[in-house]
Design a protein around this ligand. Structure first.
Ligand code: G16
Length: 542
């Protein structure tokens, strides 16, 4: 095995977004594109020689080819051990767990998460630290900086590794270990939840449907829900990870999982429905004819978390991303727990989780997690729900309505405008920014603006600052928050987040989007949305 130095030219667009580097497959396929980024990553890290690196991904198109390149570069850069999921498969939470369990230096996860896959879809690469946590902003900035001046990378001359065979082999001074993708994660879940309790629920005839969306969680869900917990065979649908996700958009929400949501509204629907995204860190919870908003799901888990023995006496505090509706704040207040509001990006929860300032955190984008891992974890969230249902005997709808009756209902919705032209969209936000102070006191649709501002954040643990993380327009009991997505691969995606709190019991059972329509009209008016973007309707409503 010979180590070779390959001369290369930098690419100007290797800028990490909300979660690593995400681009079209065609961009990643350019000569040296992936290799440059991986070497820039290694050039940004210190002291990994001889240590272990976990590698895996969500099975999307280009994964297999990318893993072979990464193996060669990692061997040439002198990693001591590469721990790779069988067939290159590792969900993001499973990779995070494996990094910590095996005391690895870190891990590379190949996924563009909820973005579509296939030859014409997206590909992505992200790095997790030794804590199994997404790379902090300081590291992703460093990688992007290094990528601008890179002029060579190291690789080696070796045959492809057969990723289907579990076992070890040594190449040069690196051990390459292929591991079962599911075992460690499934075992870990059994240390968090009493599986007997959940098994009891299925024994009583509880029916569930879990839509793995032809993405990474299929094999995890089959093992955990069907094999270990006794859910009916066939509970997990779209269970085989496919390179193009079978043409499905692997994002569990009301728009992209509409067929599944519609199924849950039929007469003969199961009691419980759940779905996950491309890399298994997000989830959606449905009851029979009932959708749980991610903000309410977070609040309900917070309400019951201390009934899960693993968390008893350890529910230190909670966090949500700022755009996420604040239902969980009311639960935290009642339980005397601190609440933190962070910028969008799971990495911003890491320091709070690691220092036990919080036990639980979540986002409007359908991600929730706890200190059990430093990534969000879709199957874990579904297990929380199953445990709560098993121990309370309440349905998904009853748990939601109980939350609203106790704390008031925080109606919330996210509306996305996708594929916008970048320049006019930026201009629109710049114009809004200039007008923010003058908006205070103005009344739109009967709603008076009480406060406006840009969201800037200082991490309470590390002191790191993240500025300009979104635009806030607040009214009494209501808020509009806006920001541009950092995970898209083309054009601009504007996300507009709405929330409004309702405390009158008779008004609590309305359709969220209808209830929030007047607020949405206000956003369109304040932004002059149509003038800048030519749009008056969002593409995706969740
Ligand atoms: C990532 C981040 C999340 C964020 C989501 C969407 O998740 O970890 O914090 O909410 O992207 O980000 P944006 O609004 O910038 O598109 P994932 O599941 O896509 O890796």
């Amino acid at each position: 095995m010979d180590i070779c130095t390959v001369k290369t030219e930098p690419f100007s667009d290797q800028i990490c977004g909300t979660s690593g580097l995400r681009k079209k497959v065609s961009v990643f396929k350019q000569k040296n594109y992936l290799e440059n980024f991986v070497q820039s990553l290694f050039n940004s890290l210190d002291g990994f020689e001889g240590k272990a690196l976990v590698i895996g991904g969500d099975g999307r198109y280009f994964n297999a080819r990318a893993i072979q390149s990464i193996i060669r570069i990692a061997v040439a850069n002198q990693f001591g051990r590469l721990i790779i999921g069988q067939n290159g498969i590792l969900s993001t939470p499973a990779a995070s767990h494996l990094i910590v369990k095996r005391e690895a230096f870190g891990g590379i996860i190949l996924s563009a998460s909820h973005n579509p896959g296939g030859a014409n879809g997206d590909f992505g690469i992200k790095f997790d630290t030794a804590q199994g946590a997404p790379a902090p902003q300081s590291l992703t900035d460093k990688i992007s900086e290094k990528s601008k001046t890179i002029d060579h990378y190291w690789t080696c001359d070796m045959p492809n590794i057969d990723l289907s065979v579990i076992g070890e082999q040594t190449i040069g001074s690196t051990v390459i270990e292929i591991v079962d993708s599911i075992d460690d994660y499934a075992e870990y879940m059994q240390t968090i939840f009493d599986f007997d309790v959940i098994r009891g629920l299925f024994k009583k005839g509880f029916k569930m449907s879990y839509n793995a969306m032809n993405a990474v969680t299929g094999p995890y869900a089959k093992r955990i829900f069907e094999d270990l917990l006794g859910a009916d065979s066939g509970t997990v649908i779209n269970a085989t990870p496919l390179p193009d996700f079978g043409g499905l958009h692997p994002e569990p929400n009301l728009t992209y999982a509409k067929t599944f949501v519609d199924m849950m509204y039929q007469d003969n629907a199961p009691d419980f429905g759940a779905a996950s995204d491309g890399d298994g860190d997000r989830y959606m919870i449905l009851g029979h004819r009932f959708f749980t908003s991610p903000a309410d799901s977070l609040a309900i888990i917070a309400e019951y978390m201390d009934t899960i023995p693993f968390y008893q006496g350890r529910v230190y505090g909670v966090a949500r991303s700022m755009p996420t509706a604040n239902a969980v704040d009311y639960v935290a207040q009642a339980k005397n727990m601190p609440v933190y509001a962070t910028p969008t990006g799971w990495k911003f929860f890491s320091s709070l989780l690691e220092t036990h300032k919080i036990a639980l955190c979540g986002e409007e984008s359908f991600g929730t997690g706890s200190f059990h891992l430093s990534e969000k974890d879709g199957i874990w969230a579904v297990l929380c729900w199953l445990y709560i249902i098993a121990t309370t005997g309440k349905s998904v709808q009853e748990l939601n309505e109980e939350l609203w009756q106790k704390y008031g209902r925080v109606y919330n919705s996210t509306q996305n405008y996708e594929g916008l032209e970048i320049e006019p969209t930026k201009e629109m936000l710049l114009s809004l920014e200039k007008r923010l102070p003058a908006l205070v006191g103005e009344t739109f649709n009967g709603l008076t603006v009480t406060q406006t501002g840009l969201f800037n954040y200082t991490d309470p643990v590390t002191g790191e600052e993240a500025t300009r993380q979104g635009y806030m327009i607040c009214f009494d009991n209501a808020r509009i928050f806006l920001r541009l997505s950092g995970t898209g691969s083309s054009g601009a995606t504007l996300r507009v987040y709405y929330m409004k709190r309702e405390t009158q019991a008779e008004n609590m059972k309305q359709n969220a989007v209808d209830y929030l329509q007047s607020l949405a009209d206000v956003a369109v008016e304040i932004l002059h949305l149509e003038k800048y973007t030519g749009r008056n309707k969002p593409d995706v409503i969740t």
